[in-house]
Design a binder for this molecule. Sequence first.
Ligand code: MN
Length: 740
Amino acid sequence: MPSLREQIKTTALTLTKFRELMKRMQENRPHDDLAIIKKAYDYSLKHHEGQSRASGEPYLVHPLEVALVLAEMKMDPVAVAAGLLHDSVEDTSVTIGDIRKEFGEQVAHIVEGVTKISKIDFATREEQQAENLRKMMLAMVDDIRVVLIKLADRLHNMRTLEHLQPDRQQKIAQETLEIYAPIAHRLGMGKIRGELEDLGFRFLDPDAYRQVEEAVNARRKQGEAFLAKMQQIIGEKLKEAGIQAHVESRIKRLYSIHKKLQRQRIGVDQVYDLFAMRVITRSLQDCYAVLGIIHNLWRPVPGRIKDFIAMPRPNFYQSLHTSVITEDGTPCEIQIRTEEMHKMAEEGIAAHWKYKDGPVSAQDEQRLAWLRQVVEWQRDVSDPNEFLSTLKVDLYPEEVYTFTPKGKVVVLPRDATPIDFAYTIHTEVGHTCVGAKVNGRMVPLRHKLHSGDIVEIITQPGHKPSRDWLGLVKSSRSRNKIKHWLNVHQRERAIEIGRKLIEKEARKYRVPLKDIKDEDFVRVASGYGLGRADDLMAGIGYGKYSARQVLARVLPAGTAQQIPGDLESEVASGPQPSTIASVVRRVFGDHNAITVKGQGDMLVYRARCCNPIRGESIVGYVTRGKGVAVHAINCANVTNLMYEPERRIDVEWAHDDTTPTSYPVKLTVFCDDRFGMLKSITGIIGDAKSNIRNIAAHSSNSQASVDIVLDIMDLKHLETIIAGLRKIPGVHEVQRLQKI
Ligand code: MN
């Protein structure tokens, strides 16, 4: 229990913030019932009691700040209440069921969507990150408020990032730049995106950030004078023309300056347009009138005039952009837009928030359609790394505007090829695409499309996608369509190849294939644990079973003697199906005494995602060209491997342990940071006769985590050590990290 004095301090601090929140809500949504917010505040006050953040502040400040960001977005009371409760399930004893009972289905759904999946369910950090993102994206398809709360949460975490350890700062900043800022961008929320990007940049690359910041500051004075002059000139000219508009100047965002430096490979002293102007008009016609006036005043830079009003960006951003060269030779970028466009550019999907019956405008509908599509494309991606990388591609702004010969706009990711274009038109057009004409000229399929290109796809009936295309396409939509096609057709091809191999082998036996009954194949297939003859053929086609072995089992005993004499080259020469030969393979020194049932000539290795150790239940997976990967049976990847069950293969730990084998295993011990803790830990490990390869400890707030890599003989050995460590007073949890 915190002291009474602490409690009073906390109450005073959080109450001030809560009053600020209610005031903001009353201003922004005067007609809404705010009782649910008060209730959520009381509830989280009770449940986060005694908790504090890394900054030392009471924990409740965080949900309050998140709720304030949401109130500033003009979100509805349900969203704000969910913001107050967003960490309650993850960080307190509260369950989703409790939230549902107290606050109803909507709030519960949102809170569930932003709650991370328990850490212990994952082998790796990447996998955890990927699965949490996937969960969030699925939840936001039903209720977009899930992602808005996540963005508000991330924004406050970024604003207080300085209190975390540098390595955590880096990871969170990177995720912010790679995932959350792009999501904000795709939702059209320019303001939040800008702040997330600048904060992310500051923590991810502090040196570069300081350089850009110093360069801006060094030129601030001169720049401000320049902008004041520009503002005055434009203001006067607009007045003369009778156009009512608001002229403002701004210093560009540090992150966007940095990106420009990187893109153009120039030093910060070579950037001239750190400063920019914006004209906000009353009407769309005025935008074009203002553009004309500005081009009359100064010479526009060719190629820099962009009409995002006539052709909005995929996130519905609208504006006119131009760059002009002023009298003294300084370039200046000017954006022109209406008030409405400005609001949309800053607030995006939150601009017209009502949320009575969900989002209302057609644009919001389209944004949600985009989200649904992203989720749909990602649904079948089982590899967490692939999920993350395709998500990043999908989140990136699509930059290339191309046209069909009939003038329909096709928006594609940067560096997209005609294959992407074809798949966007129609799946079948994609599959049968053999070539393309760009602006009337034939181009190869690897040709990169540019904005303004008119693309005509040439198809040929019966043509099929090839695996090489995966290297050419840029959109994950095309990638997934190609993969799907390959998966379906690969098995067919494997069956075909399997049959051909059997046929070839049968010729050696001088047995016509038609003499072999289908039942015989089915019988042999079941010996391999397969249901159908086709599964057996596919197995042969994939190279999992040898055609010779299979045929030897199919043919009646005795026939085998007629086989020509090259049999000795076979490793396992077809005994009874019930006694499938086992061959022990040792690779990588003596780390892998693993037996693959029925297979001799195969490279075996322990999968790095789970690093199984002797004694654990294991399963093998026939990889393409890398041999058999052996996973722990509870490895999350195993579930995904079942996608192609025919590549699963039985393996077991070899019994001839003549040489003792040990495996490196990584453990994390979460414990009190007390005197003598490390000695107790190393004592337990020493008593168990294990060798410590590496040990590192981190501590904060009198709590510590100790990472240990140690040599383990087998599962029992590991269990003994973990049990011993758990008995040490002050040790809260011991986790095995599957990845080392
Ligand atoms: Mn949070």
